[in-house]
Design a protein around this ligand. Structure first.
Ligand SMILES: Cc1cc2nc3c(=O)[nH]c(=O)nc-3n(C[C@H](O)[C@H](O)[C@H](O)COP(=O)(O)OP(=O)(O)OC[C@H]3O[C@@H](n4cnc5c(N)ncnc54)[C@H](O)[C@@H]3O)c2cc1C
Length: 509
């Protein structure tokens, strides 16, 4: 079969690899000059900056992708485990490290919050339960709705007990708040939901699976930078004979006789295919790439109703000195996280005392910065692009707020030490990766019985499939790698069952 993939992000690559390994003719169409999408790299004056993801969890999903092509990930990447995983630094100057082993974490809590040790253990069991439910019912499955969960094969008393077990009416804020008394631990564990860019006040408690994923399966770093993962996947795609069309915008997904028949690129050239997988943002796919036809109405309605997850401002700072007191990953927390989340998710303005996530990979990896220097990445979550804040005129102002806070929190002499610098805003993210309103993590996840589900990977339009952070199972590196593989599995199943077959040879737009 001929399969066209719109977008060469991680999910697009993860869909392409198993399909090519099964002998299908796969072509990827990517508007940028690189594959990997948000897993992008900027290099300047001897510094290497990962521009997007820096915290890598659930490496097994990546291993499985390499295995699907008969490869071993170790032959492509040198992944090291980071422990402690993070340092969280509070406004009073105290810090708590997040450690992988129970023993080390208990020792850290004995030092910082001894009264919370049993609460931590209870919370960990709760998170583990949420992970196990997700693993059994949601991971590796194409569904995007409660209807799918309740489908003929799965409906029964188990479905009802599932609905109760996921604690559907509790938000992350409530679930974390029930477990801890110490505000610092509440802030720490609530912050995990920022991995999917949703407000802890509305995100469902099931997302407590995220701390379990990191604490249970580790926090990983590929030597050379996270961009090495995109590079390894690109290498594998080329080894498998996948056609790669970089610098090629997809202007339209073609539909004929009620099925997807290929794509038209930005120059008007038609590329026919039997199957199309859209790794592009779901909202833009539905509102911009699909033609106005009756057959696509259902898909379109789905896309236009989805709210984007948060966006962010990221600084990449090449500093000609080292800073003491930091780990590879650090958080400089806001003094009032409730006010911060309300600003980002409700008032839609950047917070004046932001929580800053820092990645300083040069602490682990000497290859990413010149000797004696530090490659510093600072990410602050902000609202998605909205009229409330004009990034065209106010980006520098917010960059200065971030740098000044870093200086107050231990980066003494930061401003003078910067020898190369770049920053990106929500407007840049929107343009660079063609995402709705600059959303970093796809669409928001809300609590409630149905709203926690994402758009499914098999679209209602025959021959069209979805993969990526804005669809099932959601955003973040492991989830999008899973999303691509789920979409590929759907294609393979539908080919086997005869649900999709070769498209007409002369496909039209
Ligand atoms: C600053 C930042 C920090 C992050 N930190 C982490 C982290 O620490 N850990 C983590 O797990 N995740 C993190 N993430 C999230 C993670 O990067 C994403 O969830 C994931 O990379 C998304 O992959 P994707 O394939 O869904 O989409 P994308 O990476 O957005 O790829 C989609 C691709 O499609 C292309 N495209 C779109 N439309 C078209 C079109 N019409 N024609 C041609 N090409 C098109 C785009 O150019 C893009 O390359 C971060 C993201 C950002 C931006």
């Amino acid at each position: 079969m001929k399969i066209n993939i719109v977008g060469g992000g991680l999910a697009g690559l993860a869909a392409a690899i198993p399909l090519a390994a099964k002998g299908h003719q796969v072509a990827i169409f990517e508007q940028n000059s690189h594959l990997g999408g948000k897993m992008n790299v900027w290099q300047s004056k001897g510094y290497t900056f990962d521009m997007g993801p820096t915290i890598i969890t659930m490496p097994a999903v990546l291993e499985q992708l390499f295995q699907s092509a008969g490869r071993n990930v170790q032959d492509y990447l040198n992944m090291v485990s980071l422990d402690p995983q993070w340092r969280t630094i509070y406004s009073d100057g105290s810090h708590i490290d997040l450690c992988s082993s129970l023993e080390a974490m208990t020792a850290e809590l004995s030092r910082t919050a001894p009264a919370e040790i049993s609460n931590y253990l209870n919370f960990l069991s709760y998170c583990q339960r949420m992970y196990e439910i997700s693993e059994k019912w949601f991971f590796w499955k194409p569904w995007g709705s409660l209807k799918d969960v309740m489908s003929a094969s799965t409906f029964g008393p188990q479905s009802l007990s599932l609905a109760a077990a996921i604690d559907p009416m509790s938000s992350i804020h409530q679930a974390v708040g029930r477990h801890f008394k110490d505000e610092r631990l509440r802030q720490l564990f609530e912050h995990f939901v920022q991995y999917v860019g949703s407000s802890p006040f509305v995100a469902p408690a099931i997302l407590c699976l995220i701390p379990w994923v990191q604490l249970g399966y580790g926090c990983w770093y590929p030597m050379g930078g996270t961009g090495k993962i995109a590079a390894a996947l690109t290498k594998l795609c080329l080894e498998l004979g996948i056609e790669v069309h970089c610098n090629t915008l997809v202007a339209q997904i073609n539909v004929s006789n009620g099925r997807a028949t290929g794509i038209t690129d930005g120059d008007g050239k038609i590329h026919p295919a039997d199957i199309v997988i859209a790794n592009s943002d779901i909202t833009l796919t539905c509102t911009e790439l699909l033609p106005e036809r009756d057959a696509t109405t259902a898909v379109k309605r789905q896309g236009s109703a989805l709210e984007p997850a948060c966006s962010g401002m990221v600084l990449y700072l090449g500093c000609k000195k080292k800073f003491e007191g930091f780990l590879h990953h650090d958080f400089l927390f806001s003094s009032d996280s409730d006010a911060e989340f309300r600003d980002i998710y409700e008032k839609r303005v950047p917070h004046s005392d932001p929580s800053i996530y820092l990645a300083i990979p040069s602490i682990t990896d000497p290859t990413v910065a010149p000797e004696g220097c530090e490659a510093v990445y600072a990410l602050v979550h902000t609202p998605y692009v909205s009229p409330e804040y004009d990034w065209n005129t106010r980006a520098r102002e917010y960059r200065d707020i971030i740098v000044k806070k870093m200086e107050r929190c231990g980066f003494t002499g930061l401003e003078e030490s910067i020898e190369t610098e770049r920053w990106i805003t929500p407007l840049d993210l929107q343009k660079l990766y063609r995402v709705n309103k600059g959303a970093i993590y796809g669409v928001v996840t809300r609590r409630g019985l149905t709203s926690a589900f994402k758009t499914g990977n098999r679209s209602p339009l025959p021959g069209l499939y979805f993969a990526g952070g804005s669809v099932n199972p959601g955003a973040g590196v492991p989830m999008v790698l899973m999303s691509g593989q789920i979409a590929a599995n759907c294609v393979l199943e539908d080919i086997t069952s005869g649900a999709v077959s070769g498209a007409p040879k002369l496909a039209t737009a």
